[in-house]
Each structure stands twice: as C-alpha cells, then as structure tokens.
Design a protein around this ligand. Structure first.
Ligand code: AMP
Length: 516
C-alpha cells in the first residue's frame, strides 16, 4: 500500500468523474489523471530513475503538479516540492542536499537551468506533453512496490535560522494525515472541491491527499495563487470550495467579503470549508472572520515535522459560543488530532502542570521519520518517539492547547518571560490596528526590549501614545513595547509566516541609529 493506490482506486471506481480543473476548465478526469501519471512514471523509469530517487518540483501552483506527484509515487520516487519563492541559490542548495536528479519547473519560477540536476523539465513544454502523454492502459503500468515506512516526500523547512532541513515524510505519515482529515477536520464527498490558492509545496498540496482519498475535485485557480475575487467566483461556478489558508490569506478573503458586501449566505455558496493554520490566528481576526463569512472555518496546528496533524479546533468548537471558556478555546489551537498524543513539557521532558507553559511535544504516526541525512538534528528533534516542536504553549484540563510562540521568539526582558503573542493580541484589540508583530531586541539594561511593528488600517491614524495607553490598559506594564514602528506591511514568507528574524534586524538597526 502506498500513496499511489489512492489515485488508482479512484481511477478504477470513477474514471469518468471530473478530477482536476484549471480555473473552471476541466483539465482531467480521474481516468485521465491516472493515465498521465502512469505515462510519466513509465518515462521516468525508462530514463533510469530508480526507486527512492528524488524529483524536485519548483513551480507555481499548476494542474500538472498533481500529475507529477502521483507519477513519482507510481515509480517509487520521492518528491521534493519546493517553495516557488526561493532564490536560485537556495534551491540549488536543496538540490544538492537532497541529491535530486530531475526537476519539474515553471518558466516564471526557474527561467534558467538549475545547477546539479540531470534533467530540468518545463512543465508547460512539448517535452512535458510527451512525458505526460496518457497511457492507453494505465493499470498495465507496474507500480513500484513501496512499504508504508518508505520515504514519499522530502519537505524542506523554511530555514529562517540556518540552513533548511529535509523533513522525511513517509507514506504512512501522509496516509495517516489524509485519513485524519475526515475525522478531525472535515468529512469530504466526491462532489466536494478543493482549491489550491496557497502554495502546493506546503499544506495546501498535502491536502490533495485526503481529497484524492475521497475522489473529490481539485481546482487550480487560473492565476495560480490567491486572488480573493477569483476564488469567490470559482466557488460560485464549481460549488462551495474547501481550501487551506494561512491566517494572512483568511484576512484577505474576509476583507474581500466585507468590502463587497458579500453576505454570510453568499459566502457559503463560495466556501464550504476554510482550514486555517501555519501561523497564529488572533482572536479578533477569527471573530471577525466568523461574523463576516459564517461557520466555514476549522483550525489546524502542525508543522513540517508532523504535517497538518498536531491539534485541530473544529467547526463545532468554534461555534460553541455558550461554553464558559469559549473565548479561550477560540484563541487556542484546539485539541490533539486523533492519531497523535500532545503534551507540554519542561526542558527535562517532564510534563508541566495544566496551564503552565512549556514546549509542545507530539507523538504518533504522523511524526516524520527524521531529518534527511542529519542524524544529530533528528536525535535532538525526536527523543523517545516524541517530537520536540520548538513551539511553546499550555494545555487546559479539557486538552485544549494554547500556543504562545516559537521558543526562539520568546522575549526575556528584565528576567521575565514575555510571549510576543500576548502583546500582539492586546494591540490588535485597538480599533484601527490591522496587523502586529512583536519581537525582542538586545538591550543593555533589560537583556531584551520589546518592540512592536504595527500596520494600521487604511485611512486611520493611531499614535504611539494611544498604542502605549492601550497596552497599559490590557497587559502588565513590563510587557508593553518600549518602541513602536508604524509600517505599511509586515515581511512574510510565501507561506504567510511573519519573518521575525528580519524584524529583529530592522528593530536593532533602528535602535543603533537612534543611539548614534
Ligand atoms: P511549517 O513547518 O513551515 O509548517 O511551520 C510550522 C510552524 O508554524 C509551527 O511550528 C508553529 O510555530 C506555526 N503554526 C502552525 N500552525 C499554527 C497555528 N494554527 N497557530 C499558530 N502557529 C502555527
């Protein structure tokens, strides 16, 4: 059993059923998808690629992304989907580290040949058309046998501190992740439709797996990315969509609905389910999202090392407004997903008391096999079967996990721990504040000083004094920022995560300048 069987099942059971759309145009039925993936699998095998070899995907979202993924698994290969926004040098580092032999690219993302590859295929070229030519009898193309424990996907971490690491995800990891979706996130029918707005190299692409399991429809927007107007229209045309979106994308969708007077009822015609995760969703933001777009939201918390599966906050939990701890629950990341255990521990690996903050540990069949060719990092990350996530948080008595921050983002000022998220949540409740990111910078007197970067809503004017007074009214005096920077936007990576390392640099240089 391996991931390829999921596609073959659908191609046998419902070959004529629409499977992949490019915008509103049908790109492939399940039968055609399998026939093309089988053709490419055969071609890669004949060209000498061997089971376990790595094949890179360095492209914007594209209908052929799905065909390449399943072709690679058909031939027993390992896929390496890479963030399309990476610099050539960064990709070449990954090619070298993964020892990838082939890469599938789009011209916009990789206009020049990348170093270290045997073959680079432009997915929109005649060469790709030939490779993806459908087999007349797809089922006659042998599937390279794979064990559940074999490697399927090498997921490179974003590497904001040091070099990225290749997270080894097995067929078992990904099949478990797929099945868990139906229990902890959302049931899926074969008439459902997933749309890939966020990059397919990350969570959005991983969610192709449960949607193939369910024989559902897959849509790649014509723009290849997130254009709220396009997504709302696609939902109207093809039926309510499911999608994975980082909080920053959710915000754009909610803004669009609000600005265009789209009602909750009309939102529901465009979106069945929006799964959010990958970065903090602030209380004020999810409240507004529910108010504007209705109960289509589900939160997940995971990381590359336990993809999409650590905890989830369900649609029902988000709707349970009568619960006495409703607001705390809404600001949490929910409860452990079914196949994993989650605990919060101190540095020695002992559980901390309920409500106390420690590092989040996860154990179960979704946890990676380790880091690619990096036994030292693997041994640090997985101890006695428990993944040390590097996230800090606390559990309540009902099993709800509230994340504070990444441990490296924790600020220690005057000997006290300050969790940036708490300061961010406080500032976001001030009217006129759109986005906030809080970081710590070295400070001779306090060890670290709290610095806030604030984006205001268009057309509003909020001064530093107002921000400061608001903080003083909400949180302890020692937690309030010593400096505020009003900025037009926050730096974010392609997956919607705020680049706090960049902000720390900006804040430190601003301080130095100030002192000169
Ligand atoms: P990545 O490995 O790129 O998917 O990043 C995973 C990290 O994103 C986690 O370790 C968390 O720090 C953060 N993250 C993921 N999901 C959430 C969430 N629902 N809320 C807050 N942070 C999250």
């Amino acid at each position: 059993m391996s991931l390829v069987d999921l596609l073959i099942r659908q191609a046998r059971q419902q070959p004529e059923c629409a499977a992949v759309f490019s915008g509103t145009a049908l790109h492939a039925t399940y039968g055609q998808w399998a026939a093309r993936s089988a053709g490419l699998a055969q071609g890669m095998r004949q060209a000498g690629l061997l089971p376990g070899d790595r094949v890179l995907l360095f492209m914007h979202n594209h209908p052929r992304y799905l065909e390449v993924l399943w072709a690679a698994w058909w031939a027993g290969l390992v896929v390496v989907p890479v963030n399309a926004k990476l610099h050539t040098r960064e990709v070449e580092w990954i090619i070298d580290n993964a020892q990838a032999r082939w890469a599938f690219v789009t011209r916009d993302v990789a206009p020049e040949p990348l170093a270290g590859l045997e073959r680079q295929i432009d997915i929109e070229s005649a060469e790709a058309d030939i490779l993806l030519a459908p087999m007349l009898d797809a089922f006659a193309v042998p599937v390279t046998p794979r064990e559940l424990g074999d490697l399927a996907w090498l997921f490179y971490t974003s590497g904001t501190t040091g070099r990225p690491k290749g997270v080894m995800l097995t067929h078992r990891n990904l099949i478990t992740m797929g099945l868990t979706y139906f229990v902890d996130v959302d049931p899926v029918a074969n008439t459902d439709t997933i749309v890939y707005g966020a990059p397919m190299s990350h969570g959005a692409g991983l969610y192709a797996i449960p949607h193939v399991m369910a024989g559902a429809r897959h849509v790649v927007p014509a723009s290849g990315g997130v254009d709220p107007a396009e997504l709302f229209a696609l939902g109207q045309a093809l039926g309510p969509l499911s999608t994975f979106a980082a909080p920053t994308i959710v915000k754009r969708l909610v803004d669009h609905a609000q600005d265009h007077g789209i009602s909750v009822e009309d939102s529901a015609k465009s979106f069945k389910t929006i799964v959010y995760g990958g970065a903090p969703m602030y209380l004020a933001d999810i409240q507004r999202a529910l108010r504007v777009m209705g109960p289509c939201f589900v939160q997940i918390y995971g990381q590359g090392e336990t993809p999409m599966v650590a905890t989830a906050l369900s649609r029902q939990q988000l709707a349970d407004t009568l619960h006495p701890r409703y607001l705390e629950r809404m600001a949490s990341v929910g409860v452990a997903q079914t196949p994993v255990q989650v605990r919060v521990s101190n540095e020695q690996g002992q559980d901390v008391a309920l409500g106390e903050v420690g590092e989040v540990l996860v154990k179960g069949d979704c946890v990676m096999a380790g880091y690619w060719r990096n036994p030292e990092a693997s041994a640090l990350a997985i101890r006695d079967g428990w993944l040390w996530t590097g996230d800090v948080g606390c559990l309540d008595g009902d099993g709800f996990l509230t994340l504070k921050d990444r441990s490296k983002d924790l600020i220690i000022s005057g000997g006290s721990n300050i969790y940036p998220r708490e300061v961010e949540e406080a500032l976001l409740t001030l009217s006129g504040v759109d986005e906030v990111a809080v970081v710590g910078v070295p400070d001779p007197e306090w060890g670290e000083a709290v610095v806030a970067f604030v984006v205001l809503q268009a057309g509003t004017a909020v001064g530093q004094t107002e921000l400061d007074e608001h903080c003083l009214a909400q949180i302890a005096r020692f937690k309030r920022p010593k400096h505020y920077h009003l900025v037009d936007r926050l730096p974010k990576n392609n997956y919607g995560k705020v680049l706090k390392t960049d902000l720390r640099e900006v804040a430190s240089s601003a301080l130095k300048l100030h002192k000169v």
